[in-house]
Design a protein around this ligand. Structure first.
Ligand SMILES: NC(=O)c1ccc[n+]([C@@H]2O[C@H](COP(=O)([O-])OP(=O)(O)OC[C@H]3O[C@@H](n4cnc5c(N)ncnc54)[C@H](O)[C@@H]3O)[C@@H](O)[C@H]2O)c1
Length: 365
């Protein structure tokens, strides 16, 4: 089969770091087009990677219509994911959409339905699922070694970690703050580890208490008057099988936090992920004693194959290209993004009304 021809919309942080960086060196794929509304951002990419035969657009609709593009990578701010994905699908293209899938449930559902009806693939940007540690824990869960999983914790609590570039502070464009930034990763990871994507009820609360606390942020300061998103969100999520997930998400909180992590508890064992590579810690009982261990490779990044933060993006990209070539589903599918968007929407609603919000199952539709 010929190389998969890919076009990337959005030449910012993730567009360059994960998508373009992979595609320019890929054996089975070829970067044929890029698009950014900011022509200078696209030009920077052309120069940096010394790209010769790549078409450059400022209008995403033209990239979607380009016959030299088989797969469209949507790497723009959250609020554009829906219209760009739908446009690409209308043109019969496969779509890799960065997380979160959308900022509204109805959009997320339409995207998944449209891809299904058009017979194209829709992948979602949760590369952490490929971590060696995550695969190890999930295999334990699937074998039944952890027993019944009845509690999970989705964590992305950054003491200071406010993204000050792009549209992250603009609710209209990004959908919200930390809940649409870090929370999708940790929710996805937790639900994946629990093998449970079926939330039924959410009680949540969001805060904007720290908006004016601009000091100490590693990504610089900001104008609080130009920020209308939450800095913190908490939620208690009930799953269809009675399990509970607690979500703790913040990009600005006076707490020694844990970025992008997860914890699950089963009747036979528990597990959590530590640090940016998500090193696994398993806790269980052996010979009547409490035992905690980390699978060896998870502590040893030099042991190959090892997949941590540095490797996960490339591994997801390869899976995506292979999925197209082999005509199979990508490992992280668009449909997995629906419950995440539903939970986030429900947290805002619950925070506003003080009530528990019930969730309809669109995941199995
Ligand atoms: N998978 C991950 O770990 C991960 C990490 C960071 C960001 N993301 C996601 O990637 C997306 C982009 O985030 P980012 O940090 O790269 O943002 P960014 O601001 O760095 O880049 C976005 C780019 O999109 C361009 N753009 C905006 N509107 C456009 C339009 N209408 N048409 C064409 N281009 C347009 C901007 O000019 C910018 O260059 C977000 O949805 C974010 O949640 C995922």
């Amino acid at each position: 089969m010929e190389k998969v021809k890919c076009g990337v919309i959005g030449c910012g942080w993730i567009g360059e770091l994960k998508h373009i960086s992979y595609l320019v060196n890929a054996e089975d794929a070829q970067l044929t087009a890029i698009c950014d509304i900011d022509a200078a951002a696209a030009d920077k990419i052309i120069k940096k990677f010394n790209l010769k035969d790549v078409r450059v657009y400022t209008d995403y609709r033209e990239l979607c219509a380009d016959p030299q593009v088989d797969a469209v990578h949507v790497c723009t701010p959250n609020g554009y994911h829906y219209e760009m994905t739908m446009c690409a699908i209308r043109h019969g293209k496969h779509v890799f959409c960065e997380k979160p899938l959308a900022t509204r449930t109805e959009d997320a559902v339409r995207m998944v339905e449209a891809a299904k009806n058009a017979g194209v693939k829709l992948a979602l940007g949760h590369q952490r699922r490929f971590f060696s540690s995550v695969q190890y824990i999930r295999e334990m869960v699937d074998r039944g070694d952890m027993g019944e999983i009845y509690y999970g914790k989705a964590l992305d609590a950054r003491r200071r970690g406010v993204p000050t570039w792009g549209a992250y502070m603009d609710k209209e464009i990004n959908g919200g703050g930390i809940l649409f930034d870090g929370a999708p990763h940790s929710l996805d990871l937790t639900m994946y580890l629990m093998n449970n994507f079926r939330p039924v009820a959410v009680q949540g609360k969001v805060y904007t208490k720290m908006r004016g606390e601009t000091a100490g942020n590693p990504w610089g300061t900001w104008n609080p008057d130009q920020c209308d998103v939450e800095d913190t969100g908490f939620a208690l999520i009930t799953m269809e099988n009675g399990a509970t997930i607690y979500l703790e998400a913040a990009w600005l909180i006076n707490m020694l936090g844990i970025a992008n992590s997860s914890l699950i508890c089963g009747t036979k064992a528990g597990a959590d992920l530590q640090g940016e590579n998500g090193v696994a810690r398993i806790n269980t009982i052996v010979n009547d004693k409490m035992v905690t261990f980390s699978p060896e490779y998870a502590d040893m990044p030099n042991v190959k194959p090892y997949i941590g933060e540095a490797e996960a993006g490339d591994v997801q990209m390869k899976d995506w290209i292979d999925a197209i070539r082999e005509d199979r589903e990508p490992f992280v599918q668009g449909r997995d993004g629906i419950p995440v968007v539903q939970i986030i929407e429900a947290i805002y609603e619950s925070s506003r009304t003080g009530e528990t919000v019930h969730i309809t199952n669109h995941y199995d539709a």
